[in-house]
Design a protein around this ligand. Structure first.
Ligand SMILES: Cc1cc2nc3c(=O)[nH]c(=O)nc-3n(C[C@H](O)[C@H](O)[C@H](O)COP(=O)(O)OP(=O)(O)OC[C@H]3O[C@@H](n4cnc5c(N)ncnc54)[C@H](O)[C@@H]3O)c2cc1C
Length: 410
């Protein structure tokens, strides 16, 4: 076998989690290879990439990766429309391609290797080494060896699971997004604002959105996402494209726009966080271990935080101060289990149980909330203030989740 290179760490998947993990470990001086199946980051530019302001600061991101900033949040249901406004910037809509390009550029700046257009095929052990087979776009097979292998392949979980059939039970969703260019007066209507459309009219079993991108090009991201489960009340839904057209024609009433790109992807969240986190010297991070928050489908900063935590353990493992990644799994589960499970219950309630009237009722109740309260709910997943208005059913469910996980960890 012709092994062309030995690495300390091979990271498969150059999403936010894989890039951040490679960035940290390359900076520490480890010999790193980051492998991505797509030839460019524009090829799978699938994420809406809205994120609170802390992401920019916490991960030291430059202005160049920001598409636009926002300081308003709007929620539109079938019958209600409300906007919460702040005096200060609340967050950004990132340019997802530029974000990963920047992070991968940092990996190279710290002397790490980044191989684009290369697909992970399989790995196995030989003579005490982990051998990784990769296929370059066009067919050439490349073989490398590594001390630690990282599965950062997102929902695919391509390294940890050889067969899809052995993967755990998922709560899954699909999203499609258009990147469009509009007239300046149209752009101004949507500038600085994250608009979520929650009513059944707009996207049963999910939600739609309008996010601002580069102001100088008057670009907007408009999208729809829905979950894979059956709704308790809605029997029939139309195609995702149909709801996108509805958004354009009925809500935005756009007479003219230019379609720049259509993209989309899948989200797969393991119910009860049952993913495999590690196996010998293989460790999984980001969406591959359900770091995505399934209530709103927000996963960029969580994947990057997860990568930071994983990097700490990978470093210890390479220094032989740790002999397996069990403490990593414990730390991640301790951090996410309760909150993520509560969000899962909320997601099930919102996406597959609630009637249109109850969605209206919740948003009507939210009207009295401040913008800080809304940030707390949408980005801190802190529902204390909301519980009071949600009625006995959800309060009981959430209490159960809390008890179940408290027992598990104590
Ligand atoms: C439509 C949509 C909208 C979203 N909007 C937001 C949002 O507004 N804000 C937010 O925070 N999050 C959002 N998310 C979620 C967010 O994008 C993900 O949670 C995040 O990208 C996960 O990062 P990751 O690095 O774990 O995985 P990914 O970003 O999925 O990266 C995995 C990478 O692995 C590569 N890969 C897979 N298999 C192989 C293989 N065999 N060989 C080599 N490479 C491989 C893939 O090509 C991919 O580049 C959205 C998701 C979707 C689908």
């Amino acid at each position: 076998m012709n092994i062309i290179n030995d690495f300390n760490i091979v990271v498969i998947g150059a999403g936010p989690a894989g890039c951040q993990c490679a960035r940290i470990l390359a900076k520490l001086g480890y010999k790193i290879l980051l492998v991505e199946q797509h030839k460019t980051f524009e090829k799978n530019d699938f994420s809406s990439a809205a994120t609170p302001q802390e992401t920019i600061k916490n991960f030291n991101l430059p202005e160049t990766v920001v598409g636009s900033y926002w300081q308003k949040i709007s929620i539109v249901t079938t019958n209600i429309n409300h906007t919460w406004t702040s005096q200060k910037t609340l967050g950004a809509v990132l340019n997802f391609a530029k974000l990963r390009e920047f992070l991968a550029g940092e990996v190279e700046a710290y002397k790490g290797k980044v191989w684009m257009g290369c697909r992970y095929i399989r790995h196995f052990q030989e003579d005490g080494k982990t051998i990784v087979e990769i296929r370059r776009f066009g067919g050439e097979k490349i073989v490398v060896s590594t001390e630690v292998l990282v599965d950062a392949t997102g929902y695919a979980r391509a390294v940890m699971y050889e067969k899809k059939s052995s993967q755990p039970e998922f709560l899954a969703g699909v999203g499609i997004e258009y990147l469009i260019e509009v007239e300046p007066r149209e752009y101004d209507k949507y500038a600085n604002n994250l608009i979520f459309l929650l009513g059944h009219k707009w996207m049963p079993k999910g939600y739609s959105w309008i996010f601002p991108m580069e102001a100088e090009k008057q670009r907007l991201k408009i999208g729809v996402a829905r979950c894979n489960l059956e709704h308790k009340q809605i029997v029939e839904t139309k195609s995702m494209r149909w709801y996108l057209e509805l958004l354009i024609q009925d809500y935005m009433k756009l007479e003219k726009y230019k379609l720049i790109d259509i993209h989309g992807s899948t989200m797969k969240y393991s119910v009860g966080l049952k993913d495999i986190y590690y196996q010998d010297n293989v460790i999984a991070i980001g969406d591959a271990v359900s770091s995505i928050n399934i209530l709103g489908g927000e996963g960029i900063r969580h994947g990057m935080t997860n990568a930071e935590i994983a990097s700490k353990y990978i470093q210890k493992y390479l220094q032989k101060r740790l002999y397996n990644f069990r403490p990593y799994q414990k730390e991640i589960q301790r951090r996410y289990a309760i909150k993520w499970n509560i969000c899962e219950q909320m997601a099930r309630k919102k996406y597959i149980q609630d009637s249109d009237e109850s969605i209206d009722r919740v948003v009507k109740y939210l009207k009295s909330f401040t913008v800080e309260d809304m940030m707390n709910i949408l980005f801190e997943y802190n529902f204390q203030k909301l519980y009071k208005g949600l009625g006995k059913y959800i309060q009981r469910k959430l209490k159960l989740v809390w008890q179940q996980f408290s027992n598990f960890f104590n």
